[in-house]
Design a protein around this ligand. Sequence first.
Ligand SMILES: Cc1cc2nc3c(=O)[nH]c(=O)nc-3n(C[C@H](O)[C@H](O)[C@H](O)COP(=O)(O)OP(=O)(O)OC[C@H]3O[C@@H](n4cnc5c(N)ncnc54)[C@H](O)[C@@H]3O)c2cc1C
Length: 240
Amino acid sequence: MSPYLHFGEIGPRQVWHAVQAAAAGRGSKAAERGAEKFLSELGWREFSYNLLYNFPHLPVRPMQEKFAAFPWKHDAETERAWQRGRTGYPIVDAGMRQLWNTGWMHNRVRMIVASMLTKDLLIPWQHGAAWFWDTLVDADLANNTQGWQWTAGCGADAAPYFRIFNPVTQGERYDPAGEYIREWVPELARLPGRWIHKPWQAPRDTLRDAGVCLDDTYPSPIIDHSEARDRALAAYERIK
Ligand SMILES: Cc1cc2nc3c(=O)[nH]c(=O)nc-3n(C[C@H](O)[C@H](O)[C@H](O)COP(=O)(O)OP(=O)(O)OC[C@H]3O[C@@H](n4cnc5c(N)ncnc54)[C@H](O)[C@@H]3O)c2cc1C
């Protein structure tokens, strides 16, 4: 729905009323709950637009001013690895490759890849927002800015800073059979589901049988997630 909303092919009020009418027509609690959830997403859109209207500097400056002093890292090579889906974290790489190839990524994956960039790799959220701006079919200044600031922890009503997405557990929870990985990271397609979200932990024989050679056919993790988490929390302590 987002590209159509962004380009004004359909309006939020139209969607709002159509969804309410459809849910009322069904007359079930489940339909009501589904409609409520969907409408709350539209609410996020309206919130984002309201923020941008009232704080037009948000695409470049954090809502929470203390983040202007955050010790971000500038590392073009690491940023490139993230953009091109070569981080060694399969769920991140699948998302970034899907984005590059189709211009699309599910909201859950957007949050995971944004958390990887801003919290694990400490690369400024503005860089991620710029990449999304160039590649998303639904690129939208208000929603994109809000999505990045929320994930980076510097936005209005942002995720608490310690909420750092674990790319392995997120992958296992939302893609338990590894189908998404198999589609977008085909070099891992023959790995059993148990290892597909963490190939660096797979036994050597399993990797060999699946045709995976770490650092040759697929990279090792660009950073150790638990060390990166500690580093991010320490960085946050400096501006708290
Ligand atoms: C880092 C990051 C960047 C994002 N960049 C964009 C962007 O450039 N453009 C964009 O439209 N959305 C963006 N989003 C929000 C969200 O990911 C997309 O709106 C959603 O994935 C679109 O899919 P859908 O239409 O199936 O959403 P549905 O879940 O069906 O939601 C319906 C509509 O509500 C709005 N919406 C849903 N979730 C959000 C949200 N979290 N914030 C604001 N509005 C929302 C969208 O207009 C969407 O079309 C971003 C989220 C993150 C975490």
